[in-house]
Structure formats: structure tokens, C-alpha cells
Design a protein around this ligand. Structure first.
Ligand code: ADP
Length: 764
């Protein structure tokens, strides 16, 4: 949280208030008596209420030795203070002869810079019964506190136990941040009071003077905020000729600002206990009561003691809670590791479940960028803003990480989305591949509520100056903690880096694995191809024998065979012819598996003319063959012989699978300029390289059912019986596909049954 911004005049008002000497108010609260003593224990100053409590006028006491008031044994206890450190107190019960009777007091003597101050608070008896019962309560409270490891639970327990001991209407634990603004982190209250839990208070609520005093004196008790203060007589200390320093006095009176401030909240009694960490004020236990409420000295001491226990336990709880958080982050990291290493889809492993990616660094939004694909999770800027942010943040990255809790201050373009991303953490996984993960945090203003407007605590006076006065309202007010998010903790940054290492490690080992598999695949493909070649080649010889002997039998022994025998032999002959066709197809395919492309610039118009010539020559009805070429084809780098085979096969099929009276075939190509993109969307196959032309062969034939659009490219896949459409080995399209793929191209088809088909292919 940042400090509110003030004008110069406002700032002066603040510092004036901060400088106001609250430790020398010259008065005390009226529930006790104060005596300032010299080093000889002579009474130098008294509070102007000695008559009420002690039955003696101040003038009667001033200049007298302390022994005038209390017995020598107790004077001795006070004397011991002189040998102690400033602020150290000696407390004892004392019986004093007042005007009409004897009365017990709690006497608290403490060393000051000058000499000794003795405070006397009337008490009911000298009995220590109440002390023992409170001691039991405190013992129980301490045991409970020690058992709780969770920081939030611990602080709640502290509030609960303090409330049990003092019975105030509301007990809160405040925690201060680095800017000294406070927030209520635990609260126990009377049911009908409105909650303050979670509210934030500006640093100005507790002036620097008071803050400093809280670090020295751990307890401040104001049992009645409406009570009139009692002046000291004389006003100045006769030895120092200055106001008496009441820093360590329990009875020290309070200033008007503090009274009004609390009265605005309906508070009449106030008890504040300091929580100290590493000699600094970490927070306060603040107890409010709606009516004046007196608490005995023993109970106050018990509360102070409890505050000290809280202070010493706190370090463990904080480190335990940090440790707990770190453990949570670690377990998220290992969950990630497991899912990434097992996932087929890397992005899924990162973003499913979405909350895991956010929890890893306690963010409210994230973006995962893999190549140019960006996936958003939670509350984030839009894709274009994220894209621009990556470009910008990439220049700021060091050690693959960039983090800021005030992005809009560094990059003015981020102002538009400050609500979602005032905090940015960017993790670069790979610059080359453009792999990034970004996490976002909203502006603090979105996440906290201020208890009242801090600006209202500074009020303009008629003369134009400013004074600090208490706020009139404790309604929630959002202070403008502008353009900052909550800061990224070092353990969160570590968590991001650990994720990067895991991803890099796994991706690398996956790449290794893939390379091994590829090698293995290549080897077994080669083996398979040579096996297919050898097998089909060797099969041809016995097949030829079967064919030859069958024809010999048919020609030379026809007279010894009956009709059925002849028919059987004819079937053997035609089957062996078919088998040879199949073997030839297999042989061709296996040859292609081992083929080396002989790439050369090829004018496809020339090549197509050859194909068409051969095709026409093979048909008796060549005059009727309608082949349309809307525009000349380009010259491309390809293996001329193989591409010839592609066009021959596709052209042959286009006429073969056509039952129309007027058959036609169109051969052409799309280039990018001609708006291929639109067409691409209708095709199932993505174009590998958008620069290269897409060739097509379109016919008005029988068409192909939708569910066969991919299967027709499989070896020996035919959609019709042998008798129909002139038969065929069912290998033509498998061979075409193989050739196209040897050229790093793709082949696919669109078709409408009864209307016609359109085969597309590319040659990279
Ligand atoms: P075949 O030797 O049977 O022609 P192909 O591999 O060339 O083998 O084709 C496989 C199957 O795809 C064919 O049997 C046919 O059913 C279907 N086919 C191929 N081209 C076309 C086309 N232009 N129109 C309709 N069907 C076709």
C-alpha cells in the first residue's frame, strides 16, 4: 500500500501533529494519583487530585519526603528504582492513611531521566486472588496460542483470549505494512457492532509520536475517554524547569485528537497492546469498549505479558505461514511437473485446471503464449493487449523473468487495463519459439477497502492552514492506491522459475525421446520398404509360373477338360493377372518409399500435355474427352516423372468414376493472391505453406461419400466391386499420396455424391 498523497500545507499539518509532544501533556487521567520525586525521594510535583484519593492537598505534599505518605519499607522499594534502567517499573501494594480511613493502592514506581515517578491507583484490596485467576486464564491462552501454527488463526485466537480476559466490546489485531498503513487482520466483537475486519487505515491515523511510544511502552490504557485530565502541580518540574516526561506513565493523559477520533467510533474506553517484531512495531491489539471501563493493574500487566508472548510467538507463526505458503507452491510445482510430463497437449497441462496456474504465483489472471497462439485464463487484458505487452516486456526480461507491481507507471499503454494488470510477472520459456507465460494482478484499489477517507483526517482551517483532526466517518472508503498491485514475493518468483525449468527439462527430454523414435521409425520404415520390395519381387516369379502353366493347360489340354475344368482354369488365369496388378502396385509403392527425388524446374503445362496425350491415346473415344485448363499452370520444382504419375492417376480416375453422358475434367490451381484462404476454410486439410500453389482436378463424376474422403487414400481401398467402373488395384491414390508427400505436399478431396469431386494437392 502506498501513502496517500498530500499537498505541502497538508504535509506540514501532519508533521506538526507528529511533532506534538504527547509524552509531556502536563496532566494525567483522573483514575489515579501521580507523584514526581527527586533522587532523595522528595515530592516535587503532584497531580491536582491528591485530596480526592489521599485526603491531602497538593501543597501539603509538595516538598515533603515520600516517607510522609508511605511506610519506610515501601519507600525502600521505590528507592530501588533509582538503580534501574529508565522505564523499568517496581510495582507493589500500598496501604495509605487517607483523611477518614486507610486505603489500598497499586503503586507503580519507575525510573525517569530525572529521578522517579510514583503512580498510585486505588484498588479494592491487597488480595491477589484476581491475579491468580487471571494467571490461569493467561496460561490457558498461551498454551492455545502455542498450539496454533496458522498465522490468521493465531491472531484470531489472540483477539479471542484478550477479549476473554478484559471483557471489552471489541478486540482487534492491526497489522502495519511497509508504509505504516494498518489493516484489521483479526477481530472479536459484540454481535451488534459492525465489523472492522479487513478494513485498512492510513498511516496518519497513528501519529509518529504515538507509534514511537508504542515501541517503548507496550501498553496504553484509557478507561474513560470522556474524563477531564488532571493537571500536575507545579506545571514544570522544579529540577529540570521543564514539563515532566510521562512516556512510561500508565496514567499519562491523552490528547483531544485521540479522544475525538475514538469517540467518533462510539468508543469510551480503550486499551492498546503493542506487538513488536525485530524492535519494530508490527501491529497492535486494540480493545474498544462502548462505555467507560476500568481494568485493574494486574489485568493490565497480564495483557502486556500476553502481548509480549504474542510478539515472540509471532516470528514462528509468520515463518510457519510463509513456509506453509512455500510448501503449497512447491506442491503445485510438482503437480505441474507431473501433468506436463504426461500430457500430450502441453497447453492443456498448463491451464487445466485454470486455478492451478493462477495459484502458482497467487495471480488473478494469466496468459500462455505458445508460438503465436495465446490462451487467456482468469481476469486478463485482451489478446491484442497481451501480444503488445509481450513485445514490450520481452525487452525488459533478465534471467528469463520480468516482474513489476506498477506496470502502468513503466508502460503508459498499460493504463487502459490497470484494473486487471497493474502487476505483471512474465516468464520467458523460449525466445526462439516464443513461449511465454504471463501472470496479472489487479490494482490494489480493487482489492482493499479503506476505513474512511484519510484525506478527511486533515482539515482546512479558516486561516488556510491545515490541522490533523479525527475523521467523522468510518464508512468504507477506497483510497487511491493508484497503479500498483500487491507486490510479487520472492518465493512466487522462484515458483515461476521452477516452472520454467520443469518445462524446459521436460520439453528437452521429450525432444530427445522424439528424435530417438524418429530414428527408429526411419530404420523400420526402410526395413519394411525393402521387405515389401523383396517380397513382391519374389512373388512375381511363381505367379508368372502359375499363369504360364494355366495358359498352357488351356491351350494344349482343352480337349481333355470338360467345361467346368476350363472355366476353373480361366479363373486361375484372371486371378493371377489381378494378383500381378496388385503386386506391381505394391512394388511401385515400396519403390517410392526408397526413391530419391530428382527435383527440377518443371513447366507443368508441358507435363500435363504429355499426360493428356497418353491418356487420349489409351482411349477409343478420345474425341469426346473434355479436359479444361482455365489458365496456364506455373513452373514448379518437382520430380517430373513422379508428378506425371500424379496427374495421370487423378485424370484417369476423374473419367473412370464418371457415369455422366457429358463428362468433363478441369485442371487448374489457386495461388494465394487468388484468395485461396477463403477456400482453405472449406477444406479439411491445412495448407502447410501458404505461398505454394494448390493444384486441383475437378470432375463431374459419381462423387465420393463423405465418410470415405480420407479412406480412399489407403492402399487397396476401393469403393466398388471389380466389375464396376473398369476395376482397378485400389492403389492409385495411395501412390499419388506417397508422391505428393515425398514433395512435402498435402493431398485432400472435396466431393458431393452425384455431382462430382475435386482433388487438391500441393508440392512444396
Ligand atoms: P482404383 O485403382 O480403384 O482406381 P484408386 O486408389 O485410384 O484405386 O481409388 C480408390 C477409390 O477411390 C476408387 O476405387 C474409387 O472408388 C474412389 N475414387 C478415386 N477417384 C475418384 C473420383 N474421381 N471420383 C469418384 N471416386 C473416386
Amino acid at each position: 500500500m502506498s501513502q496517500p498523497e498530500y499537498t505541502t500545507a497538508q504535509a506540514t499539518a501532519l508533521t506538526n501533529h507528529d511533532r506534538k509532544p504527547i509524552h509531556i501533556p502536563g496532566s494525567i487521567q483522573p483514575h489515579g494519583v501521580l507523584l514526581a520525586l527527586s533522587t532523595q525521594l522528595e515530592i516535587l510535583q503532584v497531580s491536582n487530585n491528591t485530596q480526592v484519593y489521599l485526603g491531602k492537598e497538593p501543597e501539603d505534599l509538595l516538598g515533603r519526603p515520600l516517607s510522609y505518605l508511605i511506610d519506610p519499607r515501601q519507600v525502600e522499594i521505590v528507592k530501588q528504582c533509582l538503580g534501574k534502567k529508565i522505564g523499568t517499573a517496581n510495582a507493589f501494594k500500598v496501604l495509605i492513611n487517607t483523611l477518614n480511613c486507610e486505603r489500598y493502592f497499586d503503586a507503580i514506581a519507575h525510573r525517569t531521566e530525572e529521578a522517579v515517578i510514583l503512580e498510585l491507583e486505588p484498588t479494592d484490596s491487597e488480595s491477589e486472588v484476581s491475579f491468580l485467576s487471571f494467571h490461569a486464564l493467561a496460561g490457558e491462552a498461551i498454551a492455545k496460542m502455542q498450539r496454533t501454527s496458522n498465522l490468521v488463526e493465531f491472531l484470531h485466537l489472540v483477539a479471542e483470549e484478550v477479549q476473554k480476559i478484559i471483557g471489552f466490546d471489541r478486540v482487534m489485531v492491526y497489522q502495519f505494512d511497509e508504509s505504516e498503513a494498518g489493516s484489521v487482520v483479526a477481530e472479536v466483537k459484540r454481535e451488534d457492532l459492525s465489523p472492522y475486519l479487513g478494513l485498512h487505515y492510513p498511516a496518519t491515523d497513528i501519529p509518529a509520536q504515538a507509534r514511537e511510544l508504542y515501541t517503548r511502552c507496550f501498553l496504553r490504557f484509557l478507561p474513560d475517554l470522556t474524563a477531564e485530565p488532571i493537571k500536575l502541580i507545579p506545571t514544570e518540574n522544579p529540577t529540570t524547569h521543564q514539563h515532566l516526561n510521562l512516556s512510561y506513565c500508565l496514567l499519562r493523559s491523552f490528547d483531544r485528537c485521540c479522544t475525538e477520533y475514538h469517540q467518533n467510533m462510539g468508543v469510551k474506553a480503550l486499551l492498546v497492546i503493542s506487538i513488536i517484531q525485530e524492535q519494530k512495531l508490527w501491529g497492535l491489539i486494540s480493545c474498544h469498549h462502548q462505555t467507560p471501563k476500568y481494568v485493574s493493574y494486574e489485568v493490565l500487566k497480564m495483557c502486556e505479558f500476553l502481548g509480549q508472548i504474542v510478539s515472540s510467538e509471532l516470528a514462528h507463526k509468520i515463518s510457519y505461514s510463509e513456509w506453509d505458503y512455500k510448501v503449497k507452491l512447491k506442491s503445485l510445482q510438482s503437480e505441474f511437473l507431473e501433468s506436463i510430463s504426461q500430457a500430450d497437449n502441453f497447453i492443456d497441462a498448463l491451464i487445466k485446471p485454470e486455478i492451478r496456474l493462477l495459484d502458482l504465483v497467487s495471480a488473478s489472471g494469466a496468459a500462455v503464449c505458445l508460438d503465436n497462439e495465446i490462451t487467456l485464463v482468469g481476469t486478463t487484458p485482451n489478446i491484442y493487449e497481451v501480444q503488445a505487452l509481450i513485445e514490450w516486456a520481452d525487452t525488459q526480461v533478465s534471467d528469463n523473468l520480468f516482474s513489476t507491481d506498477s506496470l502502468p507507471k513503466l508502460n503508459s499503454e498499460a493504463l487502459i487495463f490497470k484494473d486487471t494488470a497493474s502487476g505483471l510477472l512474465l516468464l520467458r520459456i523460449s525466445k526462439v519459439r516464443r513461449y511465454y507465460i504471463l501472470w496479472f494482478r489487479p490494482e490494489v484499489i480493487q482489492t482493499v477497502h479503506w476505513a474512511g477517507n484519510p484525506q478527511e483526517s486533515i482539515q482546512a482551517q479558516a486561516d488556510g492552514s491545515y490541522t490533523l483532526s479525527p475523521r467523522k466517518s468510518f464508512e468504507q472508503w477506497q483510497e487511491t492506491v493508484r497503479l500498483t498491485s500487491l507486490p510479487w514475493k520472492p518465493c512466487e518468483l522462484d515458483s515461476a522459475i521452477a516452472l520454467r525449468n520443469a518445462i524446459v527439462g521436460i520439453v528437452l527430454s521429450k525432444a530427445d525421446e522424439l528424435a530417438k523414435i524418429n530414428l527408429e521409425l526411419e530404420r523400420s520404415n526402410q526395413e519394411l520398404a525393402s521387405f515389401a520390395y523383396a517380397a513382391s519381387h519374389d512373388l512375381k516369379e511363381p505367379l508368372r509360373g502359375i499363369y504360364n502353366f494355366s495358359t498352357v493347360l488351356l491351350e494344349d489340354y482343352a480337349q481333355v477338360l470338360d467345361d467346368e475344368g476350363i472355366e476353373c482354369l480361366q479363373t486361375v488365369v484372371s486371378l493371377s493377372v489381378r494378383m500381378e496388378t496388385l503386386i506391381n502396385a505394391l512394388l511401385r509403392l515400396s519403390q517410392l518409399g526408397q526413391a530419391q527425388l530428382r527435383l527440377q524446374a518443371t513447366d507443368l503445362n508441358e507435363l500435363l500435355n504429355q499426360v493428356i496425350d497418353v491418356f487420349r491415346a489409351s482411349r477409343q473415344d478420345s474425341g469426346l474427352v473434355d479436359i479444361r485448363i482455365p489458365r496456364p499452370l506455373p513452373t514448379v520444382l518437382c520430380d517430373r516423372v513422379l508428378v506425371n504419375e500424379v496427374f495421370s492417376n487423378l485424370l484417369g480416375n476423374a473419367f473412370k468414376y464418371n457415369d455422366k453422358a457429358e463428362q468433363w475434367v478441369e485442371i487448374g490451381y489457386f495461388s494465394q493472391e487468388a484468395g485461396v484462404q477463403g477456400d482453405k476454410e472449406n477444406n479439411q486439410c491445412p495448407i502447410p505453406n501458404p505461398q505454394c500453389p494448390i493444384f486441383y482436378i475437378r470432375d463431374n463424376g459419381i462423387g465420393i461419400p463423405h465418410h470415405h474422403l480420407e479412406t480412399i487414400f489407403r492402399l487397396f481401398k476401393r469403393l466398388h466391386s471389380q466389375e464396376k467402373y473398369g476395376g482397378g488395384a485400389g492403389a492409385g491414390l495411395a501412390i499419388v499420396k506417397k508422391i505428393v508427400e515425398l514433395h512435402n505436399g498435402k493431398i485432400w478431396v472435396k466431393s458431393t455424391v452425384g455431382v462430382g469431386s475435386m482433388f487438391y494437392f500441393t508440392l512444396e
